[in-house]
Unconditional design. Sequence first.
Length: 70
Amino acid sequence: MGARLHDEDAAIKKAPEIPNECRRYISHHVRNGLVSIMGLAMRIKDEPDALEKLEDHIDHIARDLKKVGL
């Protein structure tokens, strides 16, 4: 999405150490949230409350990530 992190290569190298259940949790919640955001973004002009719903989905992703310390 833009700038690389200074330790991005190290993070990618260590990623296989993340337990599969953690990978599934993070992937599931982030992907679901992004799909919801994409759907709302396409309707933002037509639905007066779409922006508020979009913000709710972004907050939901943040809360899910916070549960696993991210």
